[in-house]
Structure formats: C-alpha cells, structure tokens
Design a binder for this molecule. Structure first.
Ligand code: SAH
Length: 212
C-alpha cells in the first residue's frame, strides 16, 4: 500500500507518543515498555492499522506492536490512536527485513501477516513476507510454541507461502482457500482494509495458521 505523500506525515509520526521511535533500543525490553508480562503479538505490514487496532481494543491483556514501512500509511494508524488511545498498542515505522534487530530471540508470542505485497517477479521472491527467508527471521523472534497467521486473496502468493513451509521447517495447523465460508474460522475474525475491499469484490480469502 502506498498512499500519496501526505505533507507532514513524517513530522506527525516523529512527534507521536503512539510510535516507538527507536525500536532497536527496545529489543528484549518490549514487556518492560508495556509495563506488564503479557504476551506480545505483532503485525508486519499493518497498513492503516484497522486489524491490529481492532484486536488490541478487543484483547486488553495482550500487547500489540504494529509495523509498517511507509509514513503516509502509518499516519492512518496513528490517527486511530489519537481518536481513541489504547495502552496495549504501539506502532513502529520500519522495514521488516530488520525485525531481528527489534525483537529478541523468542520475544514474540504471535505474528500476523495480512495481504502482504506479492512481489510477483521471481527474482523478488525473497522480499515476500511469507518467504522462506522471512520464515527464518520469524523463527528467531517467535517463541517455540508461537504461531503465525497469514491472510491474502492472492492465490499465487498463498500457494508460494504454503510451498515455503516445509523447507523452512514449519507446518500448517489450518489452511483454507475460502475463509469467509468457514463459520468456525470466521469466529472472531477481524477484517483488514484489504480484506474488506477484496472480499466485497467476490475474491475468496486464503488463510493459514502455521507453527514449527
Ligand atoms: N495489512 C493491511 C495492508 C496490506 S498492504 C491490510 O490487510 O489491509 C501491505 C502493507 O505492508 C503495505 O502497507 C506496505 O507498505 C507494508 N509492507 C510491505 N513490505 C513491508 C516491509 N518489508 N516492512 C514493513 N512493511 C511492509
């Protein structure tokens, strides 16, 4: 997702109390930052933040960190927090490639990926957030018993993501190619912005839940 450059978005984010400005300094100290020993769940590529904000509002006992690389997009999540602050949600502007510099070994209890950029060219496969290269990074920061949930309407990306599991040493607890037709899996489902858009166009939504 790339919004038109919004004047002042970098400045607004730079001053926001909802954004962690030096995330690498928090490595190993996220629970300290939240002031409790609760679990830490992160979303990588959160976009405008509807999903993680909704989760955080619903689950006050869980600490959430939303990660997004573009200021213009992150700004929308900041605005949600300004309108109605939540103490259990922090936002970071960073590139997922640096994730191991921001979270310590096994510091994270759960990872969410939603409608990640497909990077359709073969030579860009390593940039895809559910690629083997990224699964190895998640392996480091995620607790051994932790899991990762991924939703997308992009069938090519999803098929690729499923193929990456075995070589990276992960396995699927759940795989569906039509999430919205599965009442059990839909229980508690929070729609992302892209999920609303693409499911309303009739695209089925794929989802997996994976662990090692
Ligand atoms: N999760 C949202 C947005 C999906 S679009 C939704 O489902 O509606 C994918 C988002 O991931 C974009 O906002 C993009 O800027 C962000 N993103 C892509 N690659 C990223 C990376 N390497 N690090 C951090 N964010 C990334």
């Amino acid at each position: 997702m790339r919004l038109r450059n919004i004047t002042g978005s970098r400045e607004t984010i730079g001053e926001s109390i909802f954004v962690v400005h030096e995330p690498k300094e928090q490595k190993g100290k996220w629970r300290q930052l939240f002031g409790n020993e609760g679990p830490v769940h992160i979303e990588i590529g959160m976009g405008k933040g509807q999903f993680i904000y909704g989760l955080a509002a619903r689950n006050p006992q869980i600490n959430y960190v939303g990660i997004e690389k573009y200021s213009s997009v992150l700004l929308r999540a900041v605005q949600k927090m300004e309108a109605k602050p939540l103490t259990n949600l922090k936002l970071i502007r960073m590139e997922a490639e640096e994730i191991e510099e921001v979270f310590d070994i096994h510091e994270v209890d759960k990872i969410y990926l939603n409608f990640s950029d497909p990077w359709p060219k073969d030579r860009h496969a390593k940039r895809r957030l559910p690629s083997e290269a990224f699964l190895r990074r998640y392996d480091t920061i995620l607790k051994p018993q932790g899991d990762l949930e991924f939703k997308t309407d992009n069938r090519d990306l999803f098929d690729f993501a499923v193929e990456q599991l075995e070589p990276a040493g992960w396995r699927a607890d759940v795989i569906t190619y039509d999430l919205h037709s599965d009442p059990q899996l839909m229980e508690g489902n929070i729609m992302t912005e892209y999920e609303e858009k693409f499911s309303s166009m009739g695209n089925p939504i794929c989802k997996y839940i994976i662990r090692r």
